[in-house]
Each structure stands twice: as structure tokens, then as C-alpha cells.
Design a protein around this ligand. Structure first.
Ligand code: SAH
Length: 203
């Protein structure tokens, strides 16, 4: 599937009904999601692979992975309302995904899910809680040898020190995350955050 075709498919999806600022519920914009997925697919990490989307929210990344031919896709998400949206999105795209309600910090849940070839995730950036992405990184390393994640631009040195040799950050692709005014504390109608798509390989 071409990048643009994937992007158009993801553009038709429903977003968060009532986004919760505490867990940083921002849907991944279709262009950015398609870019991550397409890149991962080109490197052989999606087609015929078992893929887990951590903090799948409305299921944008999980559905996209299914459209690109993943063998198995599981999305894990804390919020049942987001999962209800993800269920509708998967039905809309006829994407075959499994959705699990749970917390990525729950070790026994994570251990019971795998193994996977690839983790894809757009974790909270830590705007509310500075280390909110850390349990996602830990769960990703427990689940699969390869992880693609979207992080704030400039996160690499912090992540590397947190990884402490457990995984290598192989490359970063810069991108922009346009955020519409979602929460009352946002001062502008639209802001663009610089982000990076990182590929991490477990050592
Ligand atoms: N991946 C989705 C959503 C990104 S926002 C998308 O691309 O659209 C981050 C998501 O992580 C939110 O849906 C939030 O509810 C979820 N989340 C935050 N903390 C979590 C946790 N500890 N366990 C599981 N999901 C969590």
C-alpha cells in the first residue's frame, strides 16, 4: 500500500471523544502515523509480523499496521472510551486487530501478551508527568526486539541514558506534530511540536 493511500485511509478515522489531559490523549495525525508505519513496513517490521501498539488510543497505528499486512496486531490502552473508538475505527477499515484494556505498567499483563516482532507507539510525551514515557519504553523492550516510537524532538540523549545499554537507538526521523487546540490550557488554536520517530533495537 502506498504511503498516501495509507494516509487517506487513516484520515477517515474517529478521534478521541473527550481527550484526557492527564494521560495526554492526542491522536497521532494521519500523516505522521502513516510515515512511521510505512517506514517500519519498508524495513520488514510490519508485513507478516506480530505487532503491538502500546497506548493505542483510538487505534490509528494499530489499524494502519493491520492494513499493511501484519499477521497479528494487539493494541493496549488504559481508557475504555478510547477503546470503544478504536473498535469503531477497526470496523470502519475492516482492520483485524485485538484490543486489550490495561495498563502498560502492569508487568503480568505485558508478559502475557507476547511475544511480538515489533512494537509501535506514540506514548505520552511527559508534558504532564515528565517520565510518563518510561513505562512504555520498558514494556516495549519486554515485548519485542524492535520498537518504533514517536517522541519529543531532542529526547534521544535522555532516552539513551534511561535505556542504559538495554537497547540501541538506530535512527531518528524528524517530523512535525500539528496539535489542534484540545485542552483549555492550550493558549493557541494550533501549535506544531517537533517530534522524532525513533527505531530502537533491543540488545
Ligand atoms: N497511540 C494513540 C494515542 C496516543 S496518546 C494514537 O496514536 O492516536 C497516548 C495514549 O496512551 C492515550 O490514549 C492514553 O490513554 C494512553 N495511556 C497513557 N498512559 C497509559 C498506560 N499507563 N497504559 C496504557 N495506556 C496508557
Amino acid at each position: 500500500m502506498r504511503l498516501r493511500t495509507l494516509e487517506i485511509a487513516l484520515e477517515g478515522l474517529e478521534g478521541f471523544g473527550r481527550p484526557d489531559p492527564a494521560t495526554e490523549q492526542y491522536s497521532t495525525p494521519p500523516a505522521l502515523a502513516a510515515r512511521l508505519l510505512h517506514h517500519a513496513a519498508l524495513l520488514g517490521d510490519i508485513g507478516e509480523r506480530a505487532v503491538c501498539d502500546l497506548g493505542c488510543g483510538t487505534g490509528v497505528l494499530a489499524c494502519g499496521a493491520a492494513l499493511l499486512g501484519a499477521r497479528r496486531v494487539v493494541g493496549v490502552e488504559l481508557d475504555p472510551e478510547a477503546l470503544a473508538v478504536a473498535t469503531r475505527n477497526a470496523a470502519h477499515l475492516e482492520a483485524d486487530i485485538e484490543l486489550v484494556q490495561g495498563d502498560v505498567r502492569d508487568r503480568s499483563l505485558i508478559e502475557g501478551l507476547g511475544p511480538f516482532d515489533t512494537v509501535i507507539m506514540n506514548p505520552p510525551f511527559g508534558a504532564q508527568d515528565p517520565h510518563a514515557d518510561r513505562p512504555f519504553v520498558d514494556a516495549a523492550l519486554a515485548l519485542a526486539p524492535v520498537t518504533y516510537g514517536i517522541f519529543n524532538s531532542g529526547s534521544v540523549p535522555f532516552l539513551e541514558s534511561y535505556l542504559a545499554g538495554r537497547a540501541e537507538i538506530e535512527f531518528a526521523i524528524g517530523g512535525l506534530l500539528p496539535l489542534k487546540r484540545t485542552f483549555p490550557f492550550h493558549r493557541h488554536d494550533m501549535v506544531e511540536i517537533e517530534v522524532e520517530i525513533l527505531r530502537m533495537r533491543r540488545r
